[in-house]
Design a binder for this molecule. Structure first.
Ligand code: ADE
Length: 230
């Protein structure tokens, strides 16, 4: 690993990372800001994409193709589906899917388009590192399925659909698109999320209340992973 990309979707998700690094250089590209920093011998590029699959695809691709990043870590928050995941708990994605990808009218399953797969995998070695970090620091970390879509889910019926269809443990709005980019470009990636809400009728309220603290849980864990990787 020579150059590490660390991305989030919202400013709150990368603020704790920017506060951790010193000597940051700001670069503007494609209507976004990329922050370059160094940790020992490791070059790091940090950015938040803005919310959703389109912006996160653009940012992940830019970090790899323009900035030359060869490993990508995503840090942020998610809505919990698995009842074992409480607000503040961490999940690392073993595989991800797009829950709003729907060409079922043509007989295809939800999440599938020809030439793609329903699920995209993440890097097993990075996931193992994350699980080791969790164990060493006595931090609860669930290894599970994440479903991504361009919608904030605050509805029990939609949440149930996502669980019934994909057996997803958590849902958010960027992980799957980032993982698809990394898979296509052969870049190892890790998608880490801390739960900010449980995607039900209270989700909007909980999200606003817990975004900052859960984003920091995730970012602090990412910093531990970086130290283990470098
Ligand atoms: N990210 C965090 N909570 C979410 C939710 N309920 N829906 C979509 N993305 C989220």
């Amino acid at each position: 690993m020579k150059k590490l990309a660390i991305m989030g979707a919202m400013e709150e998700e990368i603020t704790p990372l920017l506060e951790y690094f010193t000597n940051i250089t700001k670069i503007e590209f494609a209507k976004n800001v990329y922050y370059e920093a160094r940790l020992g011998n490791l070059d790091v590029v940090i950015a938040y994409s803005k919310i959703g699959k389109v912006f996160s695809t653009l940012t992940a691709t830019t970090m790899i193709e323009k900035f030359g990043c060869d490993t990508l870590l995503f840090s942020g928050v998610a809505g919990g589906i698995n009842p074992k995941l409480q607000i503040g708990d961490l999940i690392v994605a073993s595989k991800l899917t797009q829950h709003d990808l729907d060409i079922t009218a043509f007989g295809h399953p939800y999440g599938f388009v020809p030439g793609g797969d329903i699920f995209v995998n993440t890097d097993e070695k990075l996931r193992e590192v994350a699980l080791e970090v969790a164990q060493e620091n006595d931090i609860k970390l669930i290894d599970g399925i994440i479903a991504t879509g361009d919608q904030f889910v605050a509805d029990q019926k939609r949440k149930d659909f996502i669980y019934d269809t994909f057996k997803a443990d958590a849902l958010e709005m960027e992980g799957s698109s980032v993982a698809v980019v990394c898979d296509a470009l052969d870049i190892p990636c890790l998608i880490l999320r801390a739960i900010s809400d449980t995607a039900d009728m209270d989700a909007g309220f909980d999200f606003d209340k817990f975004l900052e603290t859960s984003a920091k849980e995730s970012a602090d864990f990412i910093i531990k992973i970086i130290h283990k990787l470098k």
